[in-house]
Design a protein around this ligand. Structure first.
Ligand code: PMP
Length: 286
């Protein structure tokens, strides 16, 4: 059965799901989006994702065409129409169709669409043995340019970093910020464990405030694991006891190697394992 895609209130078969070529989302990357998981038929962290979407829209001065309640209902309708129990949702809001100039005020209405689909997951092996990653030569967006806190349709700097990861034969690349500190990966947040403490860069370092990252904070508090935001240099990664990444698609994934250097014992460490187990329990209970 072909997938059904929701566009501005209507479901279309995938091959008929079309947007205008004048949409500023495609012409200029002018829009915002969310990647969301559905576990056991329930939208995971729905409220947090919608809050981030509305914050992103506000930051780019885009008037949201639907309320949070309407978007929740539309996501539920799309998941149901495709008979998914577990899936990935891509919720996109573009500036809408306009003319061939930049001025967004000439786009009368923003457009929204929702894709519910399966996602390509990393192999089980990587979750056991840990992922190899590199540090990219591409820095994360300067917070005074497009703030990395905005989940915008313009992912080009992350894509350039991702290409370096692919060239190096690894799955993810760590991006430093304009000060040379660790920011995050191309589509994941990064954490280290050092002397029993879980640490991750704060928002001032130029990162997307990941929803999974937020769940890790909650789980650390629940498990009594000290966890804080702090400035991390590449050196801190190299000498970490453990390192792991978080993201909606990846969930919690251990890192075994960075730039060819073995991190900790070069496998999934005990604190990462505890958090992975707690995360999997949490998503089925949430
Ligand atoms: N950083 C970036 C740049 C991302 O695109 C993402 C989402 N894919 C993340 C971090 C992780 O965020 P979340 O946990 O909300 O998926």
């Amino acid at each position: 059965m072909p997938l059904k895609i929701w566009i501005d209130g209507k479901l279309h078969e995938k091959t008929d799901a079309k947007l205008s070529v004048y949409d500023h989302g495609t012409l200029y990357g002018d829009g915002v989006f969310e990647g969301i998981r559905v576990y056991d038929g329930k939208i995971f962290e729905c409220e947090a994702h919608l809050k981030r979407l509305f914050d992103s829209a506000k930051a780019i001065r885009l008037a949201m065409p639907y309320t949070a309640g309407e978007l929740t209902a539309a996501m539920e309708e799309t998941v149901r129409a495709n008979s998914f129990n577990d899936c990935y949702i891509r919720l996109v809001v573009t500036r809408g169709a306009g003319y061939l100039g930049l001025n967004p005020t000439k786009c009368p209405t923003a457009s929204a669409y929702i894709i519910a689909d399966t996602i390509e997951l990393y192999s089980r092996d990587i979750y056991e043995k840990g992922m190899s990653v590199i540090t990219s030569s591409i820095i994360r967006n300067h917070p005074s340019a497009i703030s990395p806190r905005i989940k915008s349709l313009n992912y080009l700097n992350n894509i350039l970093a991702k290409i370096e990861a692919v060239d190096a034969g690894v799955s993810e690349a760590i991006m430093l910020n304009h000060m040379g500190n660790v920011a995050e990966c191309t589509a994941d947040n990064i954490f280290i464990v050092r002397d029993g403490r879980v640490r991750t860069p704060g928002t001032a370092e130029g990162i997307l405030e990941g929803i999974t990252r937020g769940v890790i904070f909650k789980l650390c508090a629940r498990l009594g694991i000290p966890c804080d935001e702090c400035v991390l240099q590449r050196h801190d990664l190299y000498i970490a006891d453990e390192c792991f990444l978080t993201g909606t698609a990846a969930e919690v994934i251990p890192v075994a190697k960075i730039d060819g250097r073995i991190i900790g014992e070069g496998k999934c460490g005990p604190t990462t394992r505890r958090l992975m187990d707690a995360f999997h329990k949490h998503i089925r209970e949430a």
